[in-house]
Design a protein around this ligand. Structure first.
Ligand SMILES: Nc1ncnc2c1ncn2[C@@H]1O[C@H](COP(=O)(O)OP(=O)(O)OP(=O)(O)O)[C@@H](O)[C@H]1O
Length: 244
């Protein structure tokens, strides 16, 4: 069974269709990247899966179960999203404890204190951060909190939208190592948007190259590493990144 299955997915914002006929299967435990130029619809795919872009047609299935449009609680238990900017995704006036407890409260889950402590430990944050506010943390620590928040409901799938691109280069590696470890320890499936091809090589097994809302090529990371992408546009992207 696929962790994520997209069939003939179209996504629109109002009158404008920005994702066209996307078909994608991500296996359980796989880490899969979406790459491609800015505005090609990568984040929109994650948003549609997460229920944040409700104007879609086609089929979105999570662990074999088709999702409905809008809020779908069983999907939010299994799929969580991590955003690029951890400062923007954390409420400035809520302590880390409140931010982490909230998903449990929404889903009526008890033992919140214990779960908060356990997840802080999983993401490598000292317990002393628990009652601090986001502005008292560094960018890397905030992204650890955002990842911790995504893990609170013990999801199977993480949707990662440029999870390290807002961070200093030295901190990026720490967060990438953390994601790699969490995936191994919790057998997570990743669907990740990134502009950074070395990040794809480090963290993913396969990638889809997107352009103008369509997938132009699906390849193995081995092909990427050997510079053996087939489509002219993928090769252009590879060359542009190599020169960057
Ligand atoms: N909330 C929105 N309302 C209207 N149009 C939107 C909205 N969000 C994104 N778009 C448009 O949809 C298209 C796809 O955007 P999307 O963010 O999915 O691309 P992307 O490939 O993730 O780009 P980037 O790499 O810059 O994040 C773009 O043309 C964008 O302007």
């Amino acid at each position: 069974m696929s962790a994520l299955s997209l069939k003939n997915l179209d996504v629109s914002y109002g009158e404008t269709k920005v994702v066209h006929g996307v078909n994608l299967e991500v296996a359980e435990g796989e880490s899969f990247a979406l790459v491609g130029e800015s505005g090609s619809g990568k984040s929109t795919i994650l948003r549609a899966i997460a229920g944040l872009a409700p104007e879609w047609t086609g089929e979105i299935s999570v662990l074999g179960k088709p999702r409905s449009h809008g809020v779908d609680r069983s999907v939010s238990r299994t799929v969580q999203m991590v955003f690029q900017d951890p400062y923007g995704s954390l409420h400035p006036r809520k302590t880390i404890d409140a931010a982490l407890s909230e998903p449990l409260a929404i889903h009526g889950i008890g033992n919140r204190g214990e779960r908060v402590e356990a997840v802080l430990a999983q993401v490598g944050l000292d317990q002393r951060f628990r009652f601090r506010f986001p502005h008292q943390l560094s960018g890397g620590q905030r992204q650890r909190v955002a990842i911790a928040r995504a893990l609170m409901l013990e999801p199977k799938v993480l949707l990662l939208d440029e999870p390290t691109s807002a961070l200093d280069v030295s901190v990026q590696a720490e967060i990438l190592n953390l994601l790699k470890r969490l995936r191994r320890e919790q057998n997570l499936t990743f669907l990740m948007v990134t502009h950074n091809l070395p990040v794809v090589s480090f963290l993913c097994e396969r990638l889809a190259v997107m352009r103008h809302g369509r997938i132009v090529e699906i390849a193995d990371v081995a092909q990427l590493k050997q510079g053996e992408l087939n489509e002219p546009y993928s090769r252009e992207l590879l060359a542009a990144t190599a020169g960057a």
